[in-house]
Design a protein around this ligand. Structure first.
Ligand code: CMP
Length: 139
């Protein structure tokens, strides 16, 4: 059975330019329930560990530097089939390839500064949520 939880980050460029509100509105309008939410500034260690799977990629260092460049909004989102439904809402990683009307198509400025992160599997959703939330922060 598909899980009902996904994990998302509103990235520093989107927070810095005042897009958190409009992005949250789209998330709510699409029927996602916010089950946990905090604004944080990631440490280098947190960002390195969060993006561990990309460690060997050429963009890894820049990605870590970018993700610690300012505050981010981390969220646990609830919806039926949450991982797939949220990925549809945000669109492709590369905003040039994202469908019209998706969050990345509207708010991303590049592949790196693509406005939001969304988990790519149920397993990663739980792992990623566990990075920033304990049971008592979840509703
Ligand atoms: P995200 O969904 O947070 O997962 C990994 C991130 O790496 C991705 O969004 C992008 O921000 C970044 N990323 C992926 N591919 C590239 C790339 N080719 N060049 C730069 N950044 C990338």
């Amino acid at each position: 059975m598909k899980g009902d939880i996904t994990f998302s980050i509103i990235k520093p460029n989107a927070v810095r330019t005042g897009k958190s509100g409009p992005i949250l509105a789209m998330i709510n309008e699409a029927g996602f329930e916010i089950a946990g939410m905090r604004m944080i500034k990631m440490t280098q260690e947190q960002a390195e560990s969060f993006y561990e799977v990309h460690r060997e990629r050429p963009f890894y260092r820049d990605l870590v530097d970018f993700m610690i460049s300012g505050p981010v909004v981390v969220m646990i989102l609830r919806h039926e089939n949450a991982v797939d439904e949220f990925r549809k809402l945000i669109g492709a990683t590369d905003p040039a390839k994202a469908e019209p009307g998706t969050i990345r198509k509207i708010f991303a400025v590049s592949v790196q500064m693509n406005a939001v992160h969304g988990s790519d599997s149920d397993e990663n959703a739980l792992r990623e949520a566990g990075f920033f939330f304990s049971e008592i922060d979840r509703f």
